[in-house]
Write a protein that binds this ligand. Structure first.
Ligand SMILES: Nc1ncnc2c1ncn2[C@@H]1O[C@H](COP(=O)(O)OP(=O)(O)OP(=O)(O)O)[C@@H](O)[C@H]1O
Ligand SMILES: [Mg+2]
Length: 302
């Protein structure tokens, strides 16, 4: 507790300090409560919106596929129609917008599907590879360099495979969108297999394996950094709010979904960003085991 000089120049008494300490503790609790309340409101908002929009999205999906196919046909060489430049531009625009609605619907359906994770063991590197592959077209188009710092270590995580893929896709997509041509996307995976000593304090892991003392304190840190435009303090405070977007064509659902999934996995998410320089998303997920060790025959049994 750092106190400045008192306005009446007298010293601080024991009671003053104890009084100030009480006020500080209560303020800290109040701040924490506000943060927790915000998180709960966000979750409730997401779950309500999710159910509502999933039904709506489901109804829109089929007619949209028909419209999209028709536009694609008009734009393709198979079309008998000899269309002029203006017409082609308009159809192109309509197709672009249809794709945008399609993306929105996919996100809304994901929101509606925010079911509890289906936990299973899988190789985290495979899921990251799949994500990079899916992002490849925009990576190539923007001439983005991938700085892969994952190393050879093969790690299995106990999590929901599809949901984690969604997390990497949403963060990766944002990173690419934030960068100009020639940016750099860095991926780092840092395992911490923990030790049984510290396991007592950590009791936040999936019930099924919570009894295994060797796995209790394990943790995986995944860092995804870009050299994009970065974010202001104000933006940073809002990015996990459903429907908050800084983009003309964004839906503002990507990071709300990410946050939801990470919380459901008892994980943590942290964002560091410097305007004009770039952004780093740090994810922490519990419960991993080493495949590399397993192959060497020294893995812990589970
Ligand atoms: N890596 C990043 N660099 C800079 N700004 C970012 C980054 N990631 C997120 N943001 C900011 O956070 C906002 C919210 O992101 P979020 O993914 O939730 O929505 P979105 O990208 O706008 O739309 P979508 O739902 O299509 O993903 C973005 O619009 C952008 O302003
Ligand atoms: Mg996004």
């Amino acid at each position: 507790l750092n106190l400045g000089e008192r306005s009446n120049k007298s010293i601080y008494f024991e009671e003053d300090i104890s009084f100030l300490k009480t006020i500080m503790t209560q303020s800290a609790i109040a701040i924490q409560n506000v943060n927790l309340h915000r998180q709960v409101v966000n979750m409730e908002k997401l779950s309500f919106l999710g159910k509502l929009s999933a039904e709506l999205a489901h109804e829109i999906k089929n007619p949209l596929v028909t419209i999209k196919t028709a536009f694609e046909f008009l734009m393709s060489d198979q079309s008998e129609q000899k269309i002029n430049e203006d017409f082609r531009n308009f159809v192109g625009l309509a197709l672009q917008e249809t794709n945008r609605i399609n993306d929105l619907i996919k996100q809304l359906l994901n929101l509606g599907r925010s079911l509890p994770p289906k936990f299973e063991w899988f190789n985290i590197n495979q899921v990251i590879d799949d994500t990079i592959l899916l992002l490849k077209p925009s990576i190539i188009e923007k001439e983005i360099e991938i700085n892969d710092l994952r190393g050879d270590h093969q790690i299995e995580i106990y999590a929901d495979r599809d949901q984690l893929k969604q997390v990497f896709l949403n963060i990766g997509q944002n990173a690419i969108e934030a960068m100009r041509k020639g940016g750099r996307l860095t991926i780092e995976v840092i395992p911490d297999f923990g030790s049984d000593e510290s396991s007592e304090e950590n009791n936040v892991y999936p019930e099924k394996i919570a009894d295994n003392p060797y796995l209790k304190s394990s943790k995986l840190t995944i860092k995804i950094s870009d050299t994009g435009k970065g974010m202001s303090r104000d933006e940073l405070e809002n990015i996990f709010e459903p429907f908050y977007t800084g983009k003309i064509s964004g839906t503002g659902l990507g990071l709300a979904i990410v946050n939801n999934i990470i919380k459901e996995h008892n994980g943590n998410i942290k964002v560091d960003s410097i305007e004009g320089l770039g952004t780093t998303f740090t994810l922490e997920l519990p419960t991993i085991r080493s495949l590399t060790h397993a192959n060497e025959g020294s893995s812990i049994g589970c």
